[in-house]
Design a protein around this ligand. Sequence first.
Ligand SMILES: [Zn+2]
Length: 422
Amino acid sequence: MGQIVLKSATLPGLDGNNRVVDVLIEGNRFSRIAESGIEVPAGAEVVDCSGFAIFPAFYNGHTHAAMSLLRGYADDMPLQKWLQEYIWPFEAKLTGADIEIACRLAFLEMIKSGTVFFADMYWHRERTIKVVEEMGIRAAVGVTFAELLMTPEQIEDNFNFLAAHTGESERVCLAVAPHSVYTVGEALLKRCADFARAEKFLVHTHLSETLKELEDCERQYGCSPVRLLERAGMLDSNLAAAHCVHFSDDDMKAFVDSGATAVLNPNSNLKLASGIPPIDRLLRAGAKVALGTDGDSSNNNLDMHEEMKLAALLAKVQGGAETLPAHDALKMATVNSARAYGLLDAGEIREGFLADCLLVNLNNERMVPRHNLVSNWVYAADSSCIDSVICNGKFVMRGRHVDGDEEIIREAEACAKRLAAN
Ligand SMILES: [Zn+2]
């Protein structure tokens, strides 16, 4: 079992009081955190952290990792046109090998911006799982259902893949991922919900993202997307619903009562002009709220720090300057996203919790002066302040270096160029 001692790290308190601590990581967990110093076990690696603050790593509650190759391919148009005329035709050309290249680029980007976990919804899940294992991070890999784009055989194959728990491991779990109410019909939504409940999977979907989705749903089913999920038996505490931009008061009540988590993606919503997620209303109603980036093609990056800051700022415009203080915005991007995907012992620097953390450079100009480190981290810093990233007790970035980064970038550029050309 690997042992690491993070020596003399600054542990920022949510109340503004910081502690200088030694942190012992044994295997994949924080086993001891002490101000008085820790006796270094024989064979443990000691890392001098006197210039660093230790923060929880980010957990990205909604993305499409392999869409990294579509960054900048089509911008500045509404969601439906963007999907139907650009994104879906490009995606139809992606092979399994392309997906691996795309995932490496995405995971490099995640690691460099401090993210150690993502909830994914995409195709070629085996390839995604393979690269997650290779690069040392965590994922809830969504097995994606989009009836419009799939054959009946592919749908059966999805259920078989899930039933066998294919590819699950210490760092990888699977989720049932019906894409949305506009790509999956009511009968299949119901089957996904029943299956997830019986087999104890979490469900990850898109919900109430655009007004068009609401209008079409109303026309086709005579109810809102939230009520349709309820009718299908999907609206419960095992649901992580991305976007949640357009909720009526009735939707809000049904959603909050169900215990589902709203995974907000404000950058993507603003860029696609889908709307502004009702952060203040969700919080006032008592909803569980987490954050995600959505894909690289609609954000156009996977930087959870940007998402966290934007969520805090939008919440203030909606509810006043006291709404969503820095420490709560940080929780949305860390522990709340982890919990939404069943990681109940992650997202905080706590004894017994999974050893996922960031070493943030206290001497970066954005972290000075140090009146309040949590405030600096949420409102002033950016991902370049992150020196090192630890996931599951192992460094995945050290001194801003990630193994293989140059080759990952070279391969991704060549692959995207080839795909765009034919
Ligand atoms: Zn999405």
